[in-house]
Structure formats: structure tokens, C-alpha cells
Design a protein around this ligand. Structure first.
Ligand code: V47
Length: 371
């Protein structure tokens, strides 16, 4: 007798096999939510037990001046807008020193696509070099594939040469932003000026070949179809099979406030389904993040039982989601995050940007709080 659809998915997800596009679309739409969550939790537990990862990190959004102006983005500005800003490397370092970022293990550095008149190649290299010199203990997870493609154009070099040079300046890893949904029909509606899905994948492939681990994302809840999301996840699955260079996948729920695209917030049930479906489809990715900034701390805590094993970090001062209507705090302490994990009966493990230097969180002069 042929496998039921659920049995076929379970077999592949638990013992290593590529799901079909129809199977992934089923997970994203009609699959029973408890069955899906149970399978996602089984994969998470097989990989990590009750370990749940957190990092002391800071988000650095070096500029919001962007020539792409994606319709879903509430963060970007024109150079002439009142809220436009552009930080120089020494300003970034000074403000981080002023707020006491000495314990930070990961800087997450993402900005925009500033026009050629404003930024030359040396500026981007300079951000990495300045942070590396000022915070030698911290790792630099910097620049999405979209930024890397633009920085290479500014440098007048190939993506490979540019990444190799940025690595020599301190680039340790790359974040997963800018992926959105790879399908051209979606990109032409929500981000027509952004690099294509294939170019995004190609930058990540090159990074992996150079020994730079990266993350991946998918922005859902706007104009996309389940099949387009399934295709997106499977392209990521295939690249991971080829290179093994992805560390984490982060599902990103679209936030509709303050942009030209408009629309609705996703529901909590849709969010649970997307995190769980990602865990099952991307069973070859080591980590799935519950990025609390977009979901809020309580839903992110629940996601730790729906496939997520990583609660991201303290974040510091997030701007992209807060411009788009996020209700979560802008940053939390490592004690608060650890308390949320312990409050769920799981074990908080401190990590660095490369998932090294792992140790269980112990409160130091700061009480863990439970949510
Ligand atoms: O690329 C922009 C998304 C991303 C909106 O790699 C929006 O560890 C929802 O990639 N509604 C940036 N999403 C965030 C990101 C990220 C976050 C945390 C960790 C990591 C990682 C990566 O935010 C953008 C875009 O896809 N975004 N505007 C919006 N209105």
C-alpha cells in the first residue's frame, strides 16, 4: 500500500529526504496543525534536545537611505526625507561604547542600498574594520546578499572577490534578509528593484564556498501563494544539500504598517504553521529561529515547541520591524530571554554568531524572569 501523505512526509523529514513541492504546500495550508507541530517538535528535539540558543547581540542599521524602496518596507527613506540617516563607522562604534556593548558576541549589521554618491566600497569595509578593532571578542554577521551584490558593484569587483576582501576585514557570517519570496511574480509586485531570487542564492553559494556561513529567511503573509513558498523553501533545501553552509532559517511574518503595500498582520496560527512547516521542510538546516521581535515574546516562546530551537538575541534597538508595526520591546536582556526559555521548561544555551562557545546561561547579578 502506498504511504499516506503524512507518513511519506514523516519518513523523509526524520530520515533525510527531499519533500516534494506539493508536500511542502500541504504543510503550509491543509496539514493538521497538531500533527505538523508534533513532527516539527520531534525534529527539533532530535537535533537539539531541550537546548534553546540565545546570543548577546546588537542590531546595527547603519543607514535607512535606500534606492530600492521595496513596497513592503517601512524602514527605508529617500536621502531628502526628514527621517533619513547615515552613520559613519566611528559614530557606530562610539554609540555602542557609550551604551556598554562589551559583552556583545554578535553584531547583526543590516542597512539599505544607499545611492552611489553617498557610499563607496571603503565605507562598508570600514564598518567591519572599526567594529573588529573596537570589539575583538564579537563576531560580525553583516550585510544581506542584496547589500553584498550592491557593495560588489561599488567596489567594481566580483561578488567572490568582494566577499573575500570583506572576510579579511572581519566578516564572520551573513544574515538571511532580502530573500523575501524567490518567485519572480512576487518580486515584481513587492520589490521590483531588488536582485532576483537566483542572484540571492548565488551570493549565498559563493559565501559558503569561501567558508562564510549564512542564514536564510522567507517573508510571508503578503501577495504570495503556498506553491511559491514551497518552491522557495525547496530552493533553500537544495542549496543546503549542495554546500551545507546555512546555519539558521528565520520565517519572517509580514508587518503592514507604514509602507506602500498595506494589507493585514498574519495570525498567530499562521505563524505557528509557518515555523513548523519550515522546520519540517528544512530538516537539513541546523537551526530555526523564533525571532521574538516580529512575533512578540509570548508567541516566540510557544514556537519553541513548534520547531524553533533558537530565540535569537537581545537585539538592542531594532528599527525595521518597529517601523512596520511590531509591538514587541526594542530589546531585552539576556536574563529575560533565558527566563522565557526556562519558563517553557527548556534549557537556555548561550552561543556566539557561529554557534560556538556554547554554555548554559547562568544569571550574573541579574535575575532570570519568567514569562
Ligand atoms: O530582509 C522588511 C524583512 C528583513 C518588513 O539572519 C519585513 O539572523 C515584515 O532578515 N514586515 C530583515 N518583514 C530582517 C532579517 C533578520 C532578522 C533577524 C535575524 C536575521 C538573521 C535576519 O525584514 C528584510 C525583510 O525581509 N522586512 N520590512 C515588513 N514590513
Amino acid at each position: 500500500m502506498p504511504d499516506s501523505r503524512e507518513a511519506s512526509i514523516e519518513r523523509k523529514a526524520l530520515s533525510g529526504g527531499r519533500l516534494t513541492q506539493a508536500e511542502v504546500a500541504f504543510l503550509l495550508t491543509d496539514a493538521d496543525l497538531h500533527w505538523l507541530g508534533g513532527l516539527a517538535h520531534e525534529i527539533r528535539t532530535k537535533l537539539h534536545g531541550d537546548s534553546t540558543y540565545v546570543v548577546a547581540n546588537r542590531h546595527i542599521n547603519y543607514t535607512n537611505i535606500c534606492q530600492n524602496r521595496c513596497l513592503f518596507c517601512s524602514f527605508s527613506a529617500d536621502a531628502t526625507d526628514d527621517d533619513a540617516y547615515f552613520f559613519q563607522p566611528d559614530e557606530i562604534v562610539q554609540s555602542l561604547k557609550a551604551e556598554g556593548a562589551e559583552d556583545v558576541r554578535e553584531f547583526h549589521i543590516v542597512g539599505a542600498i544607499p545611492p552611489r554618491e553617498l557610499a563607496e566600497y571603503a565605507y562598508f569595509r570600514g564598518i567591519l574594520a572599526a567594529l573588529r578593532a573596537a570589539f575583538p571578542e564579537a563576531q560580525l554577521k553583516a550585510f544581506t546578499a542584496v547589500e553584498i551584490a550592491w557593495i560588489a558593484q561599488l567596489a567594481g569587483k566580483s561578488v567572490r572577490e568582494t566577499l573575500a576582501d570583506l572576510k579579511s576585514a572581519g566578516l564572520d557570517a551573513m544574515p538571511g534578509g532580502g530573500a523575501e519570496v524567490f518567485a519572480e511574480e512576487v518580486r515584481s509586485r513587492i520589490c521590483p528593484d531588488k536582485i532576483s531570487g537566483d542572484e540571492w542564492l548565488s551570493v549565498h553559494r559563493t559565501a559558503h564556498e569561501l567558508g562564510i556561513p549564512t542564514n536564510a529567511t522567507m517573508l510571508y503573509g503578503h501577495v504570495e501563494t503556498p506553491n511559491q513558498k514551497a518552491e522557495h523553501l525547496l530552493k533553500l533545501y537544495d542549496l543546503q544539500e549542495e554546500t551545507g553552509g546555512f546555519q539558521a532559517f528565520i520565517p519572517l511574518a509580514y508587518h503592514p504598517v507604514g509602507n506602500r503595500l498595506g494589507g493585514e498582520f498574519t495570525t498567530g496560527v499562521e505563524d505557528l504553521r509557518h515555523v513548523a512547516a519550515s522546520r519540517v521542510a528544512l530538516h537539513n538546516f541546523p537551526h530555526i529561529k523564533a525571532y521574538w521581535v516580529e512575533y512578540g515574546l509570548k508567541l516566540a516562546q510557544v514556537m519553541l515547541f513548534w520547531g524553533a530551537d533558537d530565540a535569537d538575541g537581545t537585539v538592542g534597538r531594532e528599527l525595521i520591524y518597529h517601523a512596520a508595526g511590531a509591538g514587541a520591546p526594542k530589546g531585552v536582556t539576556i536574563g529575560e530571554l533565558a527566563g522565557i526559555i526556562r519558563g517553557a521548561g527548556l534549557k537556555p544555551i548561550m552561543r556566539d554568531a557561529l554557534y560556538r562557545d556554547m554554555r548554559e546561561y547562568e544569571p550574573v547579578g541579574e535575575d532570570a524572569q519568567e514569562v
